[in-house]
Design a protein around this ligand. Structure first.
Ligand SMILES: Cc1cc2nc3c(=O)[nH]c(=O)nc-3n(C[C@H](O)[C@H](O)[C@H](O)COP(=O)(O)OP(=O)(O)OC[C@H]3O[C@@H](n4cnc5c(N)ncnc54)[C@H](O)[C@@H]3O)c2cc1C
Length: 335
């Protein structure tokens, strides 16, 4: 786990010293370009159109545009069958404040996550002496929306202070609210065939979990390695099918395991809308001789299953949910 800013800076450094990569900033892809069909009834994607009205052609278009990916819409615009798309029932809502770090540190960046009843808190530090603290609630937990008010958020954060790393002085005013962050999963193979050839989606554009768990970058990197393997295995037109097979056998069980665990936590806390869709189990992935991608994904899931089994939500520190709701309820004036 690492703060997002740290992961981005490492990747930027790596890109800068890798030959053969051109980075164009400030240009967005806006739609897909279609070439000659390779598979009956499935469009072949041969590039993208940008918002600067440039056509960018490619042997393989890799959608890595994050959890807000518009690929499902773009594919439907070019007549592809609809991919499978699942969204978690209740998303998340973040309330973040930024601080100067009280300790000067040479650590590359630290990240700590703490679960309380009804609220999770993440504290991230970067080596530039910056620290952020995020309180995360379920998006449908309207009772706690008052956390968006600075005084309320400060009052609540103070109740958790003894369990969290020390925060410095605020460096930015106000509370940053990020709403409707949903876990999602997309599958681009339907009925044994890709919905389109010439394109794949990876990272959060394929599947995203609660960002506070800090798993997104690791899962994205594992997915990039699976894509490398799928590309290396031969015929370019079959990359989408190969990536789907690799993804379904290693990453999908991990993603579904995490979302099922989160749904169970919500249901257990009495705030889920219905029973979780899947039970969390370690998938049957054969252990390889070395640290294979499938092996790493399996190890990550096995560890989460064990931690989830051991976790005792009744032993959570801090105020219980009722006290929390009471703490932030706006006083009613008598008329
Ligand atoms: C608010 C927030 C905070 C987070 N904090 C953390 C954290 O501290 N630690 C952590 O481990 N994880 C964190 N995550 C999760 C983590 O950032 C993601 O899981 C991870 O970045 C996913 O990587 P990705 O490359 O798939 O997508 P992203 O990192 O989202 O990258 C997508 C890229 O595509 C670009 N893009 C989007 N649309 C287009 C388009 N049409 N054309 C061209 N480019 C486009 C975007 O500008 C972006 O650069 C956070 C997520 C969110 C939303």
């Amino acid at each position: 786990m690492a703060p997002r800013a740290f992961v981005c800076s490492v990747l930027r450094e790596e890109l800068a010293r890798t030959d053969g990569i051109t980075v164009e900033h400030g240009i967005s892809a806006v739609s897909l370009l279609v070439g000659t069909e390779r598979l009956r009834g499935r469009p072949h994607i041969q590039g993208v159109l940008t918002d600067t009205v440039q056509a960018v052609l490619a042997d393989l278009v890799v959608d890595a545009t994050g959890r807000g990916s518009e690929m499902v819409k773009w594919l439907s615009d070019v007549g592809a069958p609809r991919p499978l798309e699942e969204h978690q029932q209740a998303g998340f809502r973040f309330y973040t404040r930024h601080f100067s770090s009280p300790e000067s540190t040479t650590d590359p960046g630290t990240w700590s996550l703490h679960h309380f009843d009804g609220v999770s808190a993440a504290v991230a530090s970067t080596r530039r002496g910056h620290r952020s603290m995020t309180l995360c609630i379920n998006d449908d937990d309207i009772e706690l929306y008052a956390l968006g008010q600075l005084s309320m958020r400060n009052r609540v954060a103070a109740r958790y202070a003894s369990w969290l790393p020390r925060l410095g002085e605020p460096v930015l005013p106000g509370v940053w609210v990020t709403s409707r962050l949903e876990s999602c999963y997309r599958r681009f193979v339907r009925g044994g065939q890709p919905v389109a050839t010439g394109t794949v989606s990876v990272g959060d554009a394929w599947g995203a979990v609660n960002p506070l768990l800090g798993l997104g970058p690791s899962m994205g990197l594992l997915h990039a390695v699976l894509l490398r393997d799928a590309v290396r295995q031969g015929v370019p037109d079959e990359v989408a099918m190969r990536l789907d097979r690799l993804t379904e056998s290693s990453l999908t069980p991990l993603l579904h395991g995490i979302t099922a665990w989160e749904e169970r936590l919500q249901v257990r806390a009495g705030r889920g809308r219905r029973a979780p869709s899947r039970a969390m189990e370690a998938p049957e992935v054969p252990a390889g001789p070395g640290p294979t991608t499938a092996g790493l994904a399996h190890a990550l899931l096995t560890r989460s299953v064990r931690l989830a089994a051991e976790a005792d939500p009744s032993a959570r520190p801090g105020p219980c949910y009722a006290d929390l709701a009471e703490l932030i309820s706006v006083p009613r004036h008598r008329t």
